[in-house]
Write a new protein. Structure first.
Length: 377
């Protein structure tokens, strides 16, 4: 790769190295005019009171840029996007594996600004996700997005739906890429995190089972993807193909902890393309099985415990007659979303993504109560 000693953070969802870019209407890659790394190239507008901010942090090994609840042109903040770019020297552990760039996404709600023929944040010219060297040859594209919803059919072809990106993470190594070919990409919200599975009783959805989607793709045009997936707990892991195109595969995965011993297990993913030379990627996703940590409604009762509002919109308050010691918020696929030690009878949890959760509360007397919490879009 090419070495640079400076970088430009562009408001419209990308960074560049040779010049700042003010272009608000995204183009598909490859494009000979732009040298950029784009977690989400679209018409970001942060001018309104609730239009968000673009933050950055420089560490010894990495640059972290966050587009935090940003609105879209023209000063629209009824829908906002949150996404992050990390670029490193390859030594920072914030990026999984032997990679030096990551794209991470929170809640993605819009695709297109008014000046890019968008209406209400959608339609018009699609937003672009990928990397473009600017010579018309060296590039890759994760996708283009112009609509709400979760539909995605691969990096090329028709534009896709932006909610596909929600809570997803993409990691890759631009420094180590072969100029003639780029390895396949793996997209999943659990790439760098351990999936926690809790055995025991059930509440709404079995916590014995963690369910998630793995997406594999070849980011270059015209290549064919092949893959293998397995686990060191073959009786617990299963999957089926939800989408199987030549350049994109979506796997609906399930890990059932019932009957497994407590401990750490793994899901192994290997994906290859048919480029010249052929490239491949190998990844291991850890799964930790916890025994006897039932997420059940049949548990102790903490005197006066209240959670309100429930359902809520991103923020809830807990209060009780007894002093609270610890809370754990668990998503329905078994991930620990929030874990916090407490010292008081009331606390607030904010910034929760829409979905269903189990909230496990422990007081100072080691009484434990688990409640279901709903967070609305």
């Amino acid at each position: 790769g090419t070495q640079y000693d400076s970088v430009i953070i562009n408001n419209n969802g990308n960074i560049s190295f040779l010049a700042p870019y003010f272009e608000f209407t995204a183009n598909p890659f490859p494009d000979p005019s732009y040298n950029m790394i784009a977690p989400f190239w679209g018409d970001v507008d942060t001018r309104s009171a609730n239009g968000g901010n673009v933050w950055y942090k420089v560490t010894n090994d990495a640059l972290i840029v966050i587009w935090d609840h940003v609105g879209y042109f023209d000063m629209n903040d009824n829908l906002t996007n949150t996404f992050q770019l990390v670029i490193s020297n390859g030594q920072d552990t914030i990026i999984h594996g032997n990679n030096n760039i990551s794209f991470c996404y929170g809640d993605m709600q819009w695709t297109t600004g008014d000046a890019s023929s968008g209406v209400g944040g959608f339609g018009g010219f699609a937003a672009t996700v990928g990397v473009n060297i600017g010579n018309g040859v060296d590039f890759f594209q994760v996708g283009q997005f112009d609509a709400p919803g979760t539909g995605f059919d691969g990096p090329y072809g028709l534009a896709d739906q932006v909610d596909f990106l929600d809570d997803q993470e993409v990691y890759f190594d631009v420094a180590g890429m072969n100029a003639a070919n780029i390895p396949p990409l793996v997209i999943n919200s659990n790439i760098c995190d351990t999936i926690d599975v809790y055995t025991g009783d059930t509440l709404y959805k079995s916590m014995n089972i963690a369910q998630f989607t793995l997406s594999l793709m070849t980011p270059e045009l015209g290549q064919i993807l092949t893959y293998e997936i397995s686990s060191d707990a073959p009786t617990g892991f299963s999957y089926f193909e939800n989408v199987n195109n030549s350049d994109y595969v979506a796997l609906e995965c399930s890990f059932d902890a019932q009957g497994l011993q407590e401990g750490l297990y793994h899901i192994f993913v290997n994906a290859s393309d048919n480029g010249v030379p052929a490239e491949s990627i190998a990844m291991s996703i850890p799964v930790r099985v916890h025994q006897g940590q039932s997420a059940s409604i049949q548990n102790q009762t903490i005197e006066g415990l209240q959670v309100f509002p429930n359902p809520s919109n991103s923020s809830i308050t807990l209060s009780a007659n007894e002093e609270l010691a610890r809370i754990v918020l668990i998503s329905m696929n078994g991930n620990v979303v929030i874990e916090r030690m407490l010292d008081g009878i009331e606390t607030e949890i904010s910034g929760i993504a829409p979905g269903s959760y189990l909230l496990r509360v422990t007081d100072r007397n080691d009484q434990v109560q688990t409640l279901r919490v709903e967070v609305l879009p």
